[in-house]
Design a protein around this ligand. Structure first.
Ligand code: NAD
Ligand code: UGA
Length: 446
C-alpha cells in the first residue's frame, strides 16, 4: 500500500520549520508554512530562503508545487490534518524555556470541522504537552489530538539528518494519533520510538544534555592533557573505539555554542530545579563550557602579555561551520572578553552577519584582511578556508606570527614549520614558540 499523502501545516519558518516542510513535501505531502514575520513569508514566496542551510533552497524549489506560504492561520486550519509547531523556545532570564511563542500558537487554534493533530516539534520542557492538552480542553478543543515529535537535526546537515535519522520519536496521549504522526514518515528508514508525551519531551532534552556533557567531559580531559603531556586527539580516538563509548562528540575545542545546547542544558537544569531537584552534573557541564571559551585569553596572554592595545583576529564567528547562525557562538564571548581587555578585534567569517553581535570589532571581508597587522589569529570556527592559514602570506601580513587554534584544525608540524607560534587544545606536545623571535611587545616568559 502506498503511503497516504496528508496536508501538513508548519508553524514557524526557521531552521526546523523549513527543513521539516521541505522534507515532508519531498515525501509527497502537501505543506502549508505559516510564520508571523511578513518579510520571511514574502521572501519564501519569491523563492528566497531566509536561512543558510545546505541543499534547502534546492529542495524547496524542487517541491514548490506542494508548498505554500502564508501569514494567515486560517489557511492552515481550513485544510491541514496536522499542525507542526516549530517556533523558537529561547531561554528566559531565569534560564527556563520561553514558551510564549508556543502559547501564542495554541491560543490562535480555532475549533475545526476535521480531527487534526497538534504536533510539538519545538523543544519544550517535559510536562508541556500535558499543559497544552489541558488548555485545549478548557477551550472546548477536545477534538484536536496532541503529539510530541521532537527534532534532532543539526544545522549544516539538517536535510540529511531528517532523511536519515537515527530514530524518530513520537509521544502521544492517544496511540492512534501517534501512529498517524509516525505514518507521515513513511519512506524514511528509521526506528520509530512510540512513547508517552513527557517521555518524548525528555528524550529530546536528555539527548542534547548528554551530548553537551560529552563535549564538556572531553574539554576537561583536554585541559588535563595540557598539564600532563597527553594528547587529547589520541585519547579521544582510543576512548572512542570502545563501542560502549563511541567516537562521536569527543572533539575537544573552545566549547559548545549554538541556539540549542546552551539553552536546552540550562532549561533541563532549571526544569529539575523548579521541580525541587538540583541537577549537579549539568551545573558543571555549563560551567566547564563557559570557562573553556575563556581559556583562549590565557593562551594569548602567555605569548603577548597584556592584551591592551594588541590586535587579535577572530577567524570564524558562527557556532560551527556550514551555518550562518551566530547564536551563543564562542566568538561572541571571546570577542567581548578581548574588547574588555582593551584589545583591537578584527573578525572574519564567510557567512555570518554579525549585526549587533561584537559591537566594537572590525568585520573584515577576507582572512588576509583580518590577520593583517594582527598580534595573534584565533581559529574559533573550523571553516575549511582556514585549513591553509599557516601560509607565508599570512605570516608576513601579521605583526606577530601566533595562531591560537580553538578547534585543533591545523597540523601542528606544518604550522611550526611555517614559522608560527602555535597554541591548540589538549595537544601540549604541539604548542610551540615561533621559529623566529616574537615581534610583539611585552611577551611573557613561558
Ligand atoms: P528559529 O528561530 O530559526 O525559527 C522560529 C520561527 O518561528 C521564526 O521564523 C519566527 O518568526 C517564527 N514564529 C515565532 N512566533 C511565531 C508564531 N506565533 N506563529 C508563527 N511563527 C512564529 O527557530 P529554530 O532554530 O527553527 O528552532 C525551533 C525550535 O526547534 C526550537 O524549540 C529549537 O530548540 C528546536 N530545535 C532547533 C534545532 C536547530 O538546529 N535549529 C534542532 C532541533 C530542535
Ligand atoms: C545540536 C544536536 O547535535 C542536534 O541533534 C539537535 O537537534 C540540535 O542541537 C538542537 O536541538 O537544536 P547543532 O547545535 O546544530 O545540533 O550542532 P552540533 O553539531 O551538535 O554542535 C553544537 C556545538 O557543539 C557546536 O558549537 C560544536 O562546535 C560543538 N561541538 C560538537 C564540539 O565542541 N565538539 C564536538 O565533538 C561536537
Amino acid at each position: 500500500m502506498s503511503p497516504k499523502n496528508e496536508t501538513i501545516g508548519i508553524i514557524g519558518a526557521g531552521w526546523v520549520g523549513l527543513v521539516t516542510a521541505a522534507c515532508f513535501a519531498e515525501l509527497g505531502h502537501r505543506v502549508i508554512v505559516l510564520d508571523v514575520a511578513p518579510e520571511r513569508i514574502e521572501q519564501l514566496k519569491a523563492g528566497k530562503v531566509p536561512i543558510y542551510e545546505p541543499g534547502l533552497t534546492e529542495l524547496l524549489e524542487r517541491n514548490k508545487e506542494r508548498l505554500s506560504y502564508t501569514l494567515e492561520i486560517t489557511d492552515l486550519t481550513d485544510d491541514a490534518d496536522f499542525f507542526f509547531i516549530c517556533v523558537g523556545t529561547p531561554p528566559t532570564y531565569a534560564g527556563d524555556a520561553d514558551l510564549s511563542a508556543v502559547w501564542a500558537v495554541i491560543e490562535k487554534l480555532p475549533a475545526l470541522e476535521q480531527r487534526a493533530i497538534v504536533v510539538m516539534k519545538s523543544t519544550v520542557p517535559a510536562g508541556t504537552g500535558e499543559k497544552v492538552r489541558a488548555a485545549l480542553d478548557a477551550r472546548g478543543l477536545e477534538h484536536l489530538g496532541y503529539a510530541s515529535n521532537p527534532e534532532f537535526l543539526a544545522e549544516g546537515r539538517a536535510i540529511d539528518d531528517f532523511v536519515h535519522p537515527d530514530r524518530i520519536v513520537v509521544g502521544s496521549l492517544e496511540p492512534a494519533d501517534g501512529e498517524r504522526v509516525g505514518a507521515l514518515y513513511a519512506g524514511i528508514d528509521a526506528p520509530i520510538v512510540y512513547c508517552d508525551v513527557p517521555s518524548a519531551e525528555m528524550i529530546k532534552l536528555a539527548s542534547n544534555a548528554f551530548l553537551a556533557t560529552r563535549i564538556s567531559f572531553i574539554n576537561e580531559i583536554a585541559n588535563v592533557c595540557e598539564v600532563t603531556g597527553a594528547d587529547v586527539e589520541q585519547v579521544a580516538e582510543g576512548m572512542g573505539l570502545d563501542r560502549r563509548i563511541g567516537p562521536h562528540f569527543l572533539h575537544a575545542g573552545i566549547g559548545y555554542g549554538g541556539s540549542c545546547f546552551p539553552k536546552d542544558v540550562t532549561a533541563l537544569k532549571q526544569l529539575a530545579g523548579n521541580s525541587g531537584y538540583h541537577f549537579q552534573l549539568l551545573s558543571s557541564v555549563i560551567e566547564v563550557n563557559e570557562l573553556q571559551k575563556r581559556r583562549v585569553i590565557g593562551k594569548l596572554e602567555k605569548h603577548l602579555g597584556s592584551l591592551a592595545g594588541k590586535t587579535v583576529a577572530i577567524l570564524g564567528l558562527t557556532f560551527k561551520p556550514d551555518t550562518n547562525d551566530m547564536r551563543e557562538a564562542a566568538s561572541i564571548v571571546l570577542g567581548s572578553r578581548l574588547l574588555a581587555e582593551g584589545a583591537v578585534v578584527r573578525a572574519w567569517d564567510p557567512l555570518a552577519e554579525p549585526d549587533s553581535y561584537l559591537r566594537g570589532a572590525t568585520i573584515c571581508d577576507s582572512v588576509l584582511e583580518a590577520v593583517t597587522g594582527a598580534d595573534a589569529a584565533v581559529i574559533v570556527t573550523e571553516w575549511k578556508e582556514l585549513r591553509e592559514l599557516a601560509s607565508e602570506t599570512v605570516r608576513s601580513a601579521m605583526r606577530n606570527p601566533l595562531i591560537v587554534d580553538g578547534r585543533n584544525l591545523l597540523d601542528p608540524d606544518q604550522v611550526s614549520a611555517a614559522g608560527f607560534a602555535y597554541e591548540c587544545v589538549g595537544r601540549p606536545g604541539h604548542c610551540s614558540s615561533a621559529s623566529g623571535p616574537s615581534r610583539a611587545s611585552e611577551p611573557q616568559a613561558e
